[in-house]
Ligand binder design. Structure first.
Ligand SMILES: NC(=O)c1ccc[n+]([C@@H]2O[C@H](COP(=O)([O-])OP(=O)(O)OC[C@H]3O[C@@H](n4cnc5c(N)ncnc54)[C@H](OP(=O)(O)O)[C@@H]3O)[C@@H](O)[C@H]2O)c1
Length: 336
């Protein structure tokens, strides 16, 4: 049994991770931590755990943690996370970090977009980007996984086959995506507050969203050359899910059937990527670790659609998929 500590267990991705580990046949929860103000019995903190999780959520004590867990799911906000991760690694744990602190390899880009000095560049160097469908081999031997952002997960899976095969122009990709309210975590800004989200749909982060450089970095690694992406996020009135529509210019004329076949081949054997024959929908993937993709050609452009659950394939599910790979377990354990 893999013994799992959840750091930041009182948040949205924290409780999603608790739920998955509770049904995981090869892992068990041994330590749940949060800020003191949010601690208590897990069933009292989250009514949905009633009768299912007889554990305390308690303030993190590194002495107690050492020897109590093999893996840490670090569900903390960016900037906070890099203060904890080095100590978790020093305590001998494999760490899957949910924040952006270990995703961007160029420190100057991180510091520009997150407006903070990076304080753990040594571990940043060794962190592996945890998108299993693209980087499974590197994930296997890693001590620190940078779990991908939710928007980049949906967008990159939607275009990876095109980038890998060099089929598209890499200076004109447009990602248009809509997220639900849980993408902002448990303490939303006024924009993501219920009265503004309900019966509403709006764009935000125009030209400045922090997931844009992450998409460009990973897309560039897949393509083997610089990639420019215009990313426009939107927020819509639903709890969970991200629908992405990605527009690309093909280098040469290509038929929809060829694209569909390319995607089927590229993702053959992938448990969590399904190539669909029509546009995907967030309700079809809600609560699951699946990514549904539909690719087609419209007026000479390639249009690729993907749907994921931001809290599962976009966060906790993907983290546990990574954990399974790191510990040599069947990748789908706890997730099907
Ligand atoms: N929500 C998503 O869809 C999503 C998707 C992908 C990645 N992520 C990333 O996953 C991480 C967690 O997101 P979330 O949505 O779960 O956020 P959240 O609901 O706001 O939860 C954050 C957790 O971190 C704790 N925390 C905050 N500041 C802390 C501090 N200074 N010291 C110790 N603990 C602290 C919170 O404790 P309290 O309960 O005491 O506030 C809470 O347990 C973030 O880095 C986020 O960017 C989120």
């Amino acid at each position: 049994m893999i013994r799992v500590a959840i750091i930041g267990a009182s948040g949205y991705t924290g409780v999603e991770s608790i739920e998955i580990i509770l049904r995981h046949p090869g892992a068990e929860l041994t330590y749940l931590t949060a800020l003191e103000s949010e601690c208590g019995h897990a069933e009292d903190v989250f009514g949905r755990l009633k009768g299912r999780c007889d554990m305390q959520i308690e303030p993190l004590d590194f002495d107690k943690l050492t020897g109590l867990a093999d893996a840490a799911l670090c569900c903390l906000p960016h900037k906070v996370s890099m203060g904890f991760v080095p100590k978790l690694l020093d305590a001998g744990l494999k760490v899957i970090d949910f924040s952006a602190d270990y995703r961007l390899k160029d420190i100057s880009v991180y510091e520009k977009f997150y407006d903070v000095k990076h304080t753990d560049t040594a571990n940043l160097e060794n962190a592996v980007y945890g998108l299993p469908e693209l980087f499974r081999e590197q994930i296997k031997g890693a001590d620190l996984i940078a779990n991908p952002g939710c928007y980049p997960t949906g967008a990159i899976l939607a275009i990876a086959p095109l980038l890998k095969e060099g089929l598209i122009e890499t200076d004109s990709i447009i990602v248009n995506a809509v997220t639900g309210a849980s993408g902002a975590g448990k303490n939303p800004s006024s924009k993501f507050h219920f009265p503004n989200m309900n019966e509403n749909l709006f764009a935000y982060g125009v030209g400045s969203h922090r997931h844009m450089p992450e998409m460009e970095q990973i897309a560039g690694e897949i393509a083997g050359s610089k990639v420019r992406i215009l990313f426009q996020p939107h927020a819509g009135p639903f709890d969970r899910g991200i629908l992405s529509t990605v527009y690309c210019q093909p280098k040469e004329k290509v038929a929809s059937e060829q694209l569909s076949q390319l995607y089927q081949n590229f993702y053959a054997g992938e448990a969590f990527v399904q190539i669909c024959s029509n546009t995907p929908a967030v309700k079809d993937v809600a609560g699951t670790n699946y990514c549904h993709i539909f690719v087609t050609c419209v007026k000479g452009k390639i249009v690729s659609f993907s749907a994921i659950d931001n809290l599962v394939k976009g966060a906790s599910g993907q983290a546990i998929q990574n954990m399974n790979i790191v510990f040599g377990l069947e990748e789908t354990l706890g997730l099907k």
